[in-house]
Design a protein around this ligand. Structure first.
Ligand SMILES: *Cc1c(COP(=O)(O)O)cnc(C)c1O
Length: 450
């Protein structure tokens, strides 16, 4: 298997966009009817199709359609779906044992994943890690750890932030619909501060940070703040990259005030932005870092990694969970990390940005509805406004996304105003496939705005 040749196969699948029925086809429609009858209406889905096989940069549905995957299951299958390193290690582990509960009898895989996290995350200080199942669980545990360590309660989060769907992480998430609507009351002692949003607020990073810090001092009091939790690039919020200097100023404030600075890298981590972690782009060293999504090639695993003195401040038995650091998920993580290192997926993410940004700039120039092209590496988004205004256009965004789906390209939307089209291709996506996806995206923009 060689990278980026036109006829490359991944796990037996030709890397091509191929539509043999309308989307959804008849078999997907039949399954959709069963789904509606069997599954809670509260569980949404971006596309009404059902997948039988996926590899590299394509997903193949029950009707035989091969769609280009520009979402990676929300930044999860960064190493490509059914990546060989992941599959081989998972199969071997499943054959050996599937579960013991690490809190009962232990296994090496958990140790190895934590060693890898301690090595790969920013900073060469002494670190410890703990493993969980989901991103939300990692964020919850980071807050637990910060509260024990600081003996303080307040948690600071930011506008447009997304941290999960559990009670505490709903409280930490900014956007009400669909994530929080009707699900309150929410956990207390969570304070939301203004974010640096360069294309909207026009502030420098230092100015935006000074504003947020002044509010923290007046409204909460630094001495009451256990943790500042922030995504280095907002994910669900629409890939908002804060102005340069914003994150370093928050880190400095945290260090000066005894606050635990937590980078929520659940979406940005593991080569997604062209570095192992997005914190590295501005050279910040978080006290704690939460990871999940891209960590294990599709198996559920998450982690909190951070300064040894903070991580070790928790009493024995205070952290854990039945499945946290499941051996199969650990095997998958070790396979993913091996693939990222062997194939230099950071370089691939940078290359994806180099291909995508100029083509999106051309679409912006041709259609006049794109107000911002942003993100880093293989985490790229466009913000869509009504032509000639600064009014977010969620309707146009959805129309273009649906048209992309109908033409065999899986794209996702995002943003507080629902007007962001975001792209999270697998980092192993062959270039010809990426170019094909961009051509489809371009056509849908042109048709929708014609
Ligand atoms: C997805 C996400 C979460 C929640 O992860 P789950 O695995 O869905 O619980 C938390 N933080 C960020 C930044 C995310 O993107």
């Amino acid at each position: 298997m060689t990278a980026n040749t036109d006829h490359e196969m991944f796990n037996g699948l030709v890397q091509e966009r191929r539509l043999v029925t309308a989307i959804p086809g008849p078999k997907s429609q039949a399954l959709q009817a069963r789904r509606t009858a069997a599954i809670s209406a509260g569980v949404g889905a971006t596309l009404p199709i059902f997948i039988t096989k996926a590899a590299g940069g394509v997903v193949v549905d029950v009707d035989g359609n091969s769609l280009i995957d520009m979402g990676s299951g929300i930044a999860v299958t960064s190493v490509g779906n059914s990546n060989k390193e992941v599959v081989d290690r998972v199969v071997e582990q499943v054959n050996n044992f599937t579960h013991t509960c690490f809190m009962v009898t232990q296994y090496e895989g958990y140790v190895e994943v934590c060693e890898a996290l301690n090595r790969l995350t920013p900073g060469d200080h002494e670190k410890r890690s703990a493993l969980f199942n989901t991103g939300a669980e990692a964020v919850e545990n980071a807050v637990k750890i910060a509260r024990v360590y600081t003996k303080r309660q307040a948690v600071v989060v930011f506008e447009h932030g997304y941290h999960g769907r559990t009670n505490l992480t709903m409280a930490m998430t900014a956007k009400v619909a669909p994530y929080k609507q009707g699900f309150g009351p929410f956990a207390p002692e969570v304070y939301r501060m203004p974010l640096s949003y360069p294309s909207h607020d026009g502030l420098s990073g230092a100015e935006a940070a000074a504003h947020a810090i002044s509010r923290m001092n007046k409204e909460i009091g630094a001495e009451n703040i256990a943790a500042i939790v922030i995504e280095p690039i907002q994910g669900e919020g629409g890939f908002i990259v804060p102005a340069e200097g914003f994150l370093p100023a928050l880190v400095k404030y945290s260090n000066d005030s005894g606050i635990v600075f937590v980078a929520d890298e659940v979406q940005t981590g593991f080569c997604r932005t062209g570095n192992w972690f997005a914190s590295e782009h501005e050279g910040i060293i978080p006290d704690l870092i939460t990871t999940a999504k891209g960590i294990a090639g599709g198996l559920p695993l998450s982690a909190v990694t951070g300064r040894a003195e903070i991580m070790d401040s928790v009493h024995a038995g205070g952290l854990g969970g039945t499945y946290g650091g499941n051996p199969v998920a650990c095997a998958a993580a070790l396979g993913s990390i091996a693939a990222m290192e062997a194939e230099d997926l950071n370089a691939k993410a940078v290359r994806i940005e180099e291909i995508m940004k100029p083509r999106l700039a051309q679409i912006a120039a041709d259609t006049g509805v794109i107000s911002d092209i942003r993100g880093r590496g293989a985490m790229i988004a466009v913000e869509i406004m009504k032509k000639g205004t600064d009014e977010p256009d969620a309707e146009m965004t959805n129309k273009i996304a649906k048209a992309c789906h109908a033409n065999g390209v899986v794209v996702l939307t995002a943003g507080t105003y629902g007007n962001v089209l975001r792209f999270l291709p697998p980092l192993v996506m062959p270039e010809h496939l990426l170019e094909d996806a961009l051509t489809i995206i371009e056509q849908q923009f042109k048709e929708a705005t014609a």
